[in-house]
Design a binder for this molecule. Structure first.
Ligand code: ADP
Length: 253
């Protein structure tokens, strides 16, 4: 069915039918190909960290290790398990959105408390890599959003900021309001993104440079999920970035 090449018979209804069938079969082949690529990429992105996790867990059990060495291995295991958890959450959300079963459940909560909770969650990973995480927030205000989804948005952005920054640098998280919007920003002074790639990074599976990928993890699903989750809130996401200078991701709700 996928390779049928129906000639355009005529300009009448039969000809139109042939053209529609041809289009349908091309669409089907494309969907099939994309699904295959997607599955291959996701299996790889999950399989690689799992192999490392098992490896590190085996090493961490060695009796000759001292406490510091064991702690380091366990920290890596924890960080990679967290990343896998985020990847699985992203996949579940994207699947729900595809099937239109995704729902946003809004509530009101304090911006201050929200940011502090997130920072507490990610602080160990930042400490491990020697990157300072700073909160810049003038005063507290209420946010009305799906708290779990918003947390996922910011966690994805912080995860990227962490992984595309060098040891010794600072990442800033900001929350403020203007007349109409709640604005959340994650700023890093890492490797930055070239202007020509700044729109594509929000596409599923897009990664700027495969060779600059992390040691493991990174399916190119983070920003696609961030964009869809933000838009499900009726919000927008944008990036300002310069190569070798850093990036600012702005979520406006
Ligand atoms: P990945 O899992 O590869 O990080 P994302 O969808 O989160 O997937 O990001 C897509 C691509 O955008 C990344 O592969 C990377 O090239 C680029 N990118 C995202 N965030 C940053 C950042 N803070 N600094 C530099 N590059 C980034």
């Amino acid at each position: 069915l996928y390779d049928v090449d129906l000639p355009k018979l005529s300009n009448d209804e039969l000809g139109e039918l042939a053209a529609s069938i041809r289009k349908l079969s091309n669409d089907l082949s494309r969907v099939k190909r994309e699904r295959k690529e997607f599955l291959a990429s996701v299996s790889h992105e999950m399989g690689t960290p799992l192999t490392y996790l098992i490896g590190y867990a085996k090493v961490a059990q060695r009796t000759e290790l001292n406490d510091t060495e064991r702690f380091d291995y366990l920290s890596i295991i924890e960080e990679e398990a967290e990343r896998l958890k985020t990847l699985v959450k992203n996949l579940m959300d994207l699947a729900q959105m595809d099937e239109m079963t995704f729902t946003v459940t809004k509530s009101e909560f304090s911006a201050d408390e929200f940011i502090r909770d997130i920072v507490q969650l990610v602080q160990p990973s930042f400490d491990l890599k020697g990157i300072t995480l700073r909160i810049e927030q003038v005063r507290d205000f209420p946010i009305v959003a799906d708290r779990m989804r918003l947390e996922q948005i910011i966690l994805n952005l912080l995860d990227n900021a962490l992984h595309y920054s060098e040891t010794g640098s600072t990442v800033i998280i900001r929350a403020f309001q203007d007349k109409k919007h709640v604005i959340l920003q994650v700023e890093d002074s890492g490797c930055g993104i070239a202007a020509e790639n700044q729109q594509q990074i929000f596409e599923k599976l897009y990664r700027v440079e495969k060779s600059r990928s992390r040691s493991f993890g990174g399916a190119g699903l983070g920003l696609a999920t961030v964009k869809e989750l933000t838009e499900a809130h009726g919000g927008t996401i944008e990036v300002q970035s310069e190569l070798e200078k850093g990036s600012i991701f702005t979520v406006r709700l």
